[in-house]
Design a protein around this ligand. Structure first.
Ligand code: PNS
Length: 161
């Protein structure tokens, strides 16, 4: 049986930390579905389609990685994909409470859903999308934190203002 996992997130933007998790997951699972959440309540830097496009570019050569987007409840999306495993990365102890609440709630909504966690590589544990968003908005250079396709897309967005 194919072992698939959904790696959901905002990915606004995709960071080198996310990439590390996706690469490691693709050597553990047969298929990793990276899925960008559509959340109109959150103010975002990149549109959902820009995020999907950039993630697809980064993983173009990795056949195990699929990129998708979803709206609404994650458990319903997982059911529609016939996948019962959700993957989340954990960087610091601060992440734990939020992740535990999410994993527990998702399991209460659908008891078939299991969340598995991968601990971020220490090299990336300081990187977060919100921090990068701040750096970008304030004119800083995010090169060190994001892959090239994302950096290019961000530069375009900033030029347009
Ligand atoms: O990268 P993020 O912002 O930490 O990802 C959070 C995300 C998108 C995985 C979470 O907000 C989510 O699952 N949203 C979909 C709506 C949903 O199912 N909410 C209930 C989760 S308990």
């Amino acid at each position: 049986m194919k072992r698939s996992v959904i790696y959901p997130g905002s990915f606004d933007p995709l960071t080198n930390g996310h990439i590390n998790i996706i690469k490691r997951a693709s050597s553990t699972f047969d298929e990793v579905i990276v899925s960008v959440a559509i959340n109109s309540n959150k103010s975002s830097l990149m549109t959902v389609d820009q995020r999907v496009k950039a993630i697809k570019k980064v993983f173009a050569k990795n056949k195990k990685v699929k990129v998708d987007k979803f709206e609404g409840l994650l458990v319903q999306y997982a059911k529609s994909k016939k996948v019962n495993t959700i993957l989340r990365g954990m960087r610091t102890v601060q992440d734990f409470e939020y992740e535990m609440q999410m994993a527990t709630s998702n399991n209460k909504l659908n008891s078939k859903i299991e969340t598995v966690f991968m601990v971020a590589d220490a090299k990336f544990s300081h990187i977060s999308s919100s921090l990068i968003k701040d750096i970008i908005k304030l004119g800083g250079n995010a090169k060190e934190f994001v892959p090239e396709p994302v950096e290019k897309e961000l530069k375009k967005i900033l030029k347009k203002g």
